[in-house]
Each structure stands twice: as structure tokens, then as C-alpha cells.
Design a protein around this ligand. Structure first.
Ligand SMILES: Cc1cc2nc3c(=O)[nH]c(=O)nc-3n(C[C@H](O)[C@H](O)[C@H](O)COP(=O)(O)OP(=O)(O)OC[C@H]3O[C@@H](n4cnc5c(N)ncnc54)[C@H](O)[C@@H]3O)c2cc1C
Length: 402
């Protein structure tokens, strides 16, 4: 019998798997994809994530591989509006690290495999979870081919079906979590009306390791340094999502709103996306627990979704350790209902705060046809970026409230 079976080997599932393996629990992470994703996707690692990664000895590797962003610049239509130092994020990590999700996932997977070889099982789709009161019965199917048709969805042909037993099951299977749906847990939220284009290019700007946000009446443009002298650009797209976006679409917008040339033919990743917010009604349902995007989805504008999921895992791991040891007769004290509920309440509250913050970020970056609105917005941001208000803003952007 496994102690914990984790559905989904994304960043959150592998992080939890590694924490539990380090505790000595018997863990299996089932990942339906036969090969790792190669989309750069999330890039922001906030100070709480860097602290959480210390437990696994991964922080030095993250710092060595990523770019530390210590300062952000806000530019309006008439020049620099203000700048934000991230010193307020904490004395240990007064910065946000930029590292493509694919690289972060690689580090996490390697750590998990060091700690417990064979615990990450690829090509293993979880079909069904049954909570039997004393343990869970999990039906899996071996995936034989893997055709990834979008960033998130894999379609494949199924192979043989088998059954596993685990004391607890953790659903870390993302936004479309089948585990959550089958458990009948409602997922309440909605898409926002906003769309964005995003791409990675060689860094041709003079900004070095700074993040820069251009507040423009046509819609926001953001850019962030990436390792290897690259830069991630994100621009508000004021139309319906294009069926096949082109790098030219994005570079033309960047040129029009910022005046900066970006080489379209050197684009290394491109995507067009809508944004949404969802929250599960429960994160604890008997022996089934939900974490990461399976439990809450926040808009990536603000880039806090992945760190939120890691902090779920960090809060859950010691509870699972105690509950498994209690069931195995190794510990006198189990986990009370009240402790499970406290975990759930705190993590759902954190997701609500991140959702509201992302909404404020999006609000500040929407297009406007009124010159007075644009002027008012720039004046408001200049006030918020005043040195006296900076610690508060830096705390919000580095997720200090978590
Ligand atoms: C464009 C974009 C930019 C973003 N930028 C940022 C950012 O800068 N910072 C940030 O913090 N967040 C960002 N995010 C959000 C971040 O990518 C997600 O929050 C994060 O990937 C969630 O991790 P997860 O492990 O919970 O879920 P996922 O990454 O969705 O992983 C779930 C895994 O479960 C697997 N799976 C699903 N169903 C099954 C099944 N039945 N059986 C087995 N396996 C299954 C999937 O194949 C997948 O590998 C961004 C998101 C997007 C789309």
C-alpha cells in the first residue's frame, strides 16, 4: 500500500512528492504525459517559493539557473512613472527569480527521483479514485502515445488498466482536474474578458535584469528578463483570441506601444491566452485532497499561481506525514478534522487574495479610449510607487502576505 498517491506530475505534484519522499513516506506521482512539457509557461518564483525550496536543497540551483529581478520599472505614455524595489520581499530573498517552468519542473523531477527512484510514473493516467474510508482505491491506465495538442490538454490512446491502493490521494492534476470533477467538488469562477499574447525573444532591450511594465491606452505591455539573455513579453490583445497567433502580431503591438523593436523571426515561444479565476468548494474531501490549479486558478497576470500551489503542498505535507504515521501505528496523534479544515480555510483564503491582486493588475492594464483615464491611472501609479508606499507594494508583489 502506498502512503500517498499524487495525481499529476506538474510543478505542484512533483514538489509535494519530493517533500513526502524526503519524510520517508512511500509515494507515487502518476503523470499522464509520457514526456515532459516543453512550454516555458510560468516564469516567476517568489520569495515564499524560494524559502519552501530550501527544504529540498533546491534553492541554490534555482538561483544559479534563473535571473533575480530586484527592480521593476513602470513606464507611461509620457515617460517613467516610477520604479519599485523588491527589497520589501524580505531580507533573505529581496527579489523574484525568473526561470521558465520547464526548467523548474526538471529540477523538481530530478530531486524527486534522487529521493525515491521510480516514484514519478510517466504515461500513467488516473481514471478513477474511490475513497473506501480506510484507504483509497485508484484505477490507472497506461498511456501508450502522447499527443499534446495544446499547452494543457493531452490526448492519447489508452493501454492496460490497473488498480493501486493508497492511504491518501492528492489531486494535483491542474485546472481540468478529472479527480475533482469525479468527486463532485464544485469549481466556481469564470473567465475574464481579457486576452493576451505572450512570447519569448532574445533580449534586445536596455533593461538588463529589470521587469518593465508599459501602461498604454491601447493596453498593457509587460516584459521580464529570462536566463540566457532572453526576454518574456506579454501584451494585452484587445480582440478575440487569434486561431493561429503570429510573432508579428505581438512584435507589432510591442513596437506601437513601447517604440521598441523586437525580432519577430527570433521568437522562441508564442502563445495567446485568455485568463480566468476558479476556486474549489473544498480542498479536503475525506482521503482526497486538492492542491495547486486543481484547487484554485488565478489569472497569470501577476504570476502567483504556481507559488500558491507550492505553498499548498508545503502546508499539506506535515499533515499527511502525521496522518500516515498515525494510521501505520507510528504516531499516537493523528490529524483532527479541525486541522484539515484550518489547512483548507487558509489556503482558499490565500487564493482569494491572489485572485483580487491579479484583478487589480489586470484593471491597471486594460485599454482606455479616454486620455483623462490614462492620465489618472498614471498619476495613481506614481502615487503608489512613491517611496513611502513602496514597502506595501513590494510586499504584495513578492507574496509576503502568504
Ligand atoms: C501562460 C501562463 C503563464 C503563467 N505564468 C505564471 C507565472 O509567471 N508565475 C506563476 O506562479 N504561475 C504562472 N502561471 C500558472 C502556472 O503555470 C500554474 O499555476 C501551474 O502550472 C500549476 O501547477 P499544477 O502542478 O497545479 O498544475 P499543472 O501544471 O496543470 O499540472 C497538472 C499535471 O497533471 C497531469 N494530469 C492531469 N490529469 C491527469 C490524470 N488524470 N492522470 C495523471 N496526470 C494527470 C497533467 O498532464 C499535468 O502535467 C501561468 C500559467 C499560464 C497558462
Amino acid at each position: 500500500m502506498l502512503d500517498v498517491l499524487i495525481v499529476g506530475g506538474g510543478p505542484v505534484g512533483t514538489f509535494l512528492g519530493a517533500l513526502l519522499a524526503q519524510y520517508g513516506l512511500k509515494v507515487q506521482v502518476c503523470e499522464q504525459r509520457t514526456a515532459p512539457r516543453n512550454h516555458s509557461r510560468a516564469i516567476g518564483l517568489h520569495p515564499p517559493a524560494l524559502r519552501a525550496f530550501e527544504t529540498l536543497g533546491l534553492t541554490p540551483h534555482i538561483l544559479a539557473a534563473g535571473v533575480s529581478i530586484r527592480r521593476g520599472l513602470v513606464i507611461g505614455e509620457r515617460g517613467v512613472v516610477g520604479e519599485l524595489s523588491l527589497q520589501g520581499g524580505g531580507a533573505d530573498y529581496p527579489f523574484i527569480v525568473s526561470l521558465p517552468q520547464v526548467q523548474t519542473e526538471r529540477l523538481l523531477q530530478a530531486r524527486l527521483c534522487d529521493l525515491q527512484p521510480d516514484s514519478l510514473v510517466r504515461g500513467c493516467e488516473v481514471l478513477h479514485v474511490r475513497d473506501l474510508g480506510t484507504h483509497c482505491q485508484v484505477t490507472t491506465r497506461q498511456v501508450t502515445t502522447d499527443q499534446v495538442n495544446t499547452d494543457q490538454v493531452a490526448t492519447h490512446q489508452g493501454g492496460p488498466v490497473s488498480t493501486l491502493s493508497a492511504r491518501f490521494v492528492v489531486a494535483a492534476d491542474g485546472l481540468r482536474s478529472v479527480t475533482r470533477q469525479q468527486a463532485g467538488i464544485s469549481f466556481v469562477g469564470a473567465p475574464y474578458p481579457d486576452h493576451y499574447l505572450m512570447g519569448d525573444f532574445p533580449d534586445t532591450t536596455p533593461f538588463g535584469d529589470e521587469a518593465v511594465i508599459f501602461i498604454h491606452s491601447g493596453g498593457v505591455v509587460e516584459c521580464f528578463p529570462l536566463p540566457g539573455h532572453k526576454r518574456r513579453w506579454v501584451a494585452y490583445w484587445p480582440f478575440a483570441l487569434p486561431a493561429s497567433p503570429s510573432a508579428q502580431h505581438l512584435t507589432q503591438i510591442i513596437r506601437a506601444r513601447t517604440g521598441l523593436p523586437v525580432p519577430a523571426d527570433e521568437c522562441q515561444m508564442l502563445s495567446a491566452f485568455g485568463v480566468q479565476h476558479f476556486r474549489a468548494a473544498q480542498m479536503v474531501a475525506g482521503r482526497l485532497l486538492l492542491i495547486g490549479d486543481a484547487a484554485h486558478v488565478v489569472s497569470p497576470i501577476g504570476g502567483q499561481g504556481m507559488t500558491l500551489g507550492w505553498l499548498d503542498a508545503q502546508a499539506l505535507a506535515p499533515l499527511l506525514l502525521r496522518a500516515c504515521h498515525h494510521q501505520a501505528g507510528l504516531s499516537a496523534r493523528g490529524v483532527s478534522q479541525q486541522e484539515w479544515r484550518t489547512f483548507e480555510r487558509r489556503r482558499l483564503r490565500a487564493s482569494t487574495v491572489a485572485t483580487r491582486q491579479a484583478e487589480l493588475n489586470m484593471q491597471a492594464g486594460r485599454p482606455t479610449s479616454k486620455a483623462s483615464t490614462q492620465r489618472g491611472r498614471e498619476a495613481l501609479l506614481a502615487g503608489l510607487l512613491h517611496p513611502a508606499a513602496q514597502p506595501l507594494l513590494a510586499a504584495a508583489f513578492t507574496m509576503k502576505w502568504l
